[in-house]
Design a protein around this ligand. Structure first.
Ligand code: GAL
Length: 411
């Protein structure tokens, strides 16, 4: 008997652990900062450390921001010829990546890094294709907590004679991370090209749903084989994918462009909309130069609470009424968030009678019966209680600006 047990144990130990992603991570949308939108490939140790310091000093950590993520551009152009390991760029990261990760951890924060499923990253640095287990082990040794994994040079857009399968490629990296043994949030970034919402839930913790964000309200900037998109093209790009987003597996509307040149009204609309969409909130500005209104906006805990609501249901466009886009997000404990965006180019008066519009959300399987329910209103940008839903809502709203309310019943 004892002998049999020894044999069974020996067999069990030789079978690799079941392939899976690390569960229990990103139960609410990940929050943090990513270098790409401001710095591109021009990133270095000083910027990352100063950013981590400011997470504390500016109240970002206190507001929930956690991950400090280095995007593309951190490597030398070639792997080490002996070890085949990735080599941090010697000018940008003279003390290596582990030092930076340790520094970020010493502030009570988490550290993230970037690579790509192709032969090279989008910036032309060594990609992970064929080195998945090798690289995952390296990241684990460095103390990486978050991996953004891109999709350049995979054959889909790179003129190579093979065509990688996205779901399979991302599954290999998921397995590699799992085998490396360090929990990492796995951020799938293939721009929504291969419908990642259909296969991503068991593979990653979030997936980009679009090409790169641009800091404009409604533009598309074409660069030949790819495009950048403004806020509304991204918001409107995908139909019917909200049902795929939820705790541990989020639709990712891309890093924020808040603070990167938007006028104040558009800054507000961008930030609130990403919260209404339950998107990851990854700041993309240079927080060392952030002005006070932007800081107050991105640390507004009442607005962030909409994004981080533990029910984890993405909001939806309820209707467009007389130039206002009206968005609704079901929240935990029977509460709701309502946002009104002035989509026009002029200041406009909103006159909204709550009970005129019956509301039902099939996904949350909830409705509001206005004749039976009266909700109190909390204006989340103004931090003010402001009556209830039995009264008409009357507001002037600037062009491209937003107002957002939490609807809750008397406790
Ligand atoms: C893009 C990605 C961007 C950024 C960039 C780096 O594919 O969408 O967010 O990571 O690559 O080269």
């Amino acid at each position: 008997m004892k002998q049999l047990l020894t044999i069974v144990t020996a067999i069990a130990l030789t079978i690799p652990a079941m392939a899976q992603k690390f569960e229990g991570l990103a139960l609410t949308p990940p929050m943090g900062w990513n270098s790409w939108n401001t710095f591109g490939c021009d990133i270095n140790e000083t910027v990352v450390k100063e950013t981590a310091d400011l997470f504390i000093k500016l109240g970002l950590k206190d507001a929930g921001y956690e991950y400090v993520v280095i995007d593309d551009g951190w490597m030398e152009m070639e792997r080490d010829p002996e070890t085949l390991l990735l080599v941090p760029n010697k000018q940008k990261f003279p003390n290596g990546i582990k030092t930076v990760a340790d520094y970020v951890h010493s502030k009570g924060l988490k550290f993230g890094i970037y690579n790509c499923a192709g032969t090279k990253t989008c910036g032309g640095y060594p990609g992970t294709r064929g080195y998945e287990f090798h690289d995952a082990r390296q990241y684990a040794q460095w103390g990486v907590d978050f991996l953004k994994y891109d999709w350049c040079n995979t054959g889909s857009n790179g003129g190579y004679d093979y065509q990688q399968n996205a779901a399979a490629s991302y599954a290999i990296m998921r397995d590699a991370i799992y085998q490396a043994g360090r929990p990492m949030v796995f951020n799938i970034c293939e721009w929504g090209d291969n419908d990642p919402w259909l296969w991503g839930e068991n593979i990653g913790h979030s997936w980009r749903i679009s090409g790169d964000i641009a800091h404009c309200w409604d533009c598309e900037m074409s660069f030949g084989t790819w495009s950048k998109f403004g806020l509304w093209p991204i918001i409107n790009m995908r139909k019917d994918i909200r049902k795929y987003s939820g705790p541990g597996h989020w639709n990712d509307f891309d890093m924020l462009e808040v603070g990167n040149g938007f006028p104040p009204a558009e800054n507000r609309t961008h930030f609130v909309m990403w919260c209404m969409l339950a998107s990851p909130l990854m700041l993309g500005n240079d927080i060392r130069k952030m002005d006070e209104p932007t800081r107050l906006l991105v640390t507004n805990k009442e607005v962030i609470a909409i994004d981080q609501d533990k029910l984890g249901i993405q909001g939806f466009r309820f209707m467009n009424l007389d130039g206002f886009d009206i968005w609704v997000k079901p929240l935990d404990k029977g509460e709701w968030a309502f946002a009104f965006v002035n989509m026009t180019e002029q200041k406009r008066h909103l006159s909204y009678n709550w009970s005129d519009f019956y509301l039902k959300d099939g996904l949350a399987d909830r409705e509001i019966q206005w004749n039976k329910q009266k909700f109190l209103l909390r204006d989340l940008l103004a931090h003010k209680d402001c009556g209830d839903t039995s009264q008409k809502l009357e507001r002037d709203i600037e062009a491209h600006d937003i107002i957002v309310f939490r609807l809750y019943e008397k406790k």
